[in-house]
Design a binder for this molecule. Structure first.
Ligand code: F6P
Length: 326
């Protein structure tokens, strides 16, 4: 018999499409096991403030298709300090919580690891971030929706880029990770992709553009990850103008458009599976770990590993993207 009777779920860090599907899955899976479930508003901030409400099956109806998070989210500075975490623990005691499900990214896991170690409360992480930058899962909740949104935007830009023979620099999200840029670039057939993880492609881009100019072949889409080290989309477009006389460049920053919208089927199913497994994990006595999907199988990874190990880009995909764009 599990000692877990009451659990709470929260979302923290940047929102990601599919978080609601994960919340729904946690609530319904826990209710199935006769647990009492609570929703903590605004992540760690709500835990500190005691902004916690009972969630029942009916409360999570009609949300599987909605982007954002019904529990709201935040990046709490207070939780980074012992006083903040002490207050948060007082809420855990006041609501007699036996376990937590933390939906978010690396920052969320870091807070959960510390909190769990300090107060001995079982916590399981669920990877919710559009960045796909978490070790221990092939994909994070929200990534698939974000790249679909980005690709749809790039397709639209391609129409006008083609019509005017203009070179577009399109910036996608990913402060530290090039996953969104790489998948968007491959999926939209972009000419070049700038990633935070790789050496600068700038010289290659210039020589390609000069060559393309001679061949009169259109080369009009460059995808730039937000965290690209040698310049953002705006800066790269300027640098190209300095190098190539008379080139017509435009810049589009897709930005937070990628964070919203109805989750794709893949994200809904992923979120449902991971939310469900998080509850099962708590009931089996698991703690201080994150749930993920690897090779289509549910796996648990310690917070230690999930936080400290990278989720590197597949080098073969980077190479392939270059070959396909030639
Ligand atoms: O981590 C998700 C993410 O969307 C990153 O890709 C991006 O750099 C960051 O969040 C933006 O954060 P904010 O919405 O707080 O500006």
């Amino acid at each position: 018999m599990s000692k877990i009777k009451k659990i709470a779920v929260f979302t923290s860090g940047g929102d990601a499409p599919g978080m609601n599907a994960a919340i729904r899955s946690v609530v319904r899976s826990a209710t199935f096991h006769d647990l009492h479930v609570f929703g903590i508003m605004q992540g760690y901030h709500g835990l500190i403030e005691g902004n916690i409400n009972r969630l029942e099956r009916k409360d999570v109806g009609n949300i599987i298709q909605r982007g954002g998070t019904i529990l709201k989210t935040a990046r709490s500075k207070e939780f980074m300090f012992p006083e903040g975490r002490q207050k948060a623990y007082e809420s855990v005691q006041a609501f007699e919580l036996d376990g937590l499900v933390a939906i978010g990214g690396n920052g969320t896991y870091t807070g959960a690891k510390k909190f769990g170690e300090e107060f001995g409360i079982p916590i399981i992480g669920v990877p919710g971030t559009i960045d796909n930058d978490i070790y221990g899962t092939d994909f994070t909740i929200g990534f698939d929706t974000a790249i679909n949104t980005a690709i749809e935007a790039v397709d639209r830009i391609r129409d006008t880029a083609d019509s005017h023979s203009r070179l577009f620099f399109i910036e996608v999200m990913g402060r530290h990770s090039g996953y969104i840029a790489l998948y968007t670039g491959i999926g939209s057939g972009a000419g070049t992709i700038f990633l935070p993880e790789t050496e600068s492609n700038f010289d290659k881009l210039i020589s390609l553009l000069k060559k393309e100019g001679r061949r009169k072949k259109l080369f009009n889409l460059v995808i730039v990850a937000e965290g690209n080290k040698n310049g953002n989309a705006m800066e790269l477009a300027e640098m190209v103008k300095q190098e190539i006389d008379g080139i017509d460049t435009k810049v589009t920053i897709i930005g937070h458009l990628q964070r919203g919208g109805s989750p794709t089927a893949n994200d809904r199913v992923l979120a449902s599976r991971l939310g469900h497994s998080a509850v099962e994990g708590l009931l089996e006595g698991k703690s201080a770990c994150a749930v993920g999907l690897r090779n289509n199988m549910v796996e648990f990874t310690s917070f230690e590993d999930a936080i400290s190990k990278p989720n590197p880009l597949n080098k073969d995909l980077i190479k392939m993207a270059e070959i396909l764009a030639m």
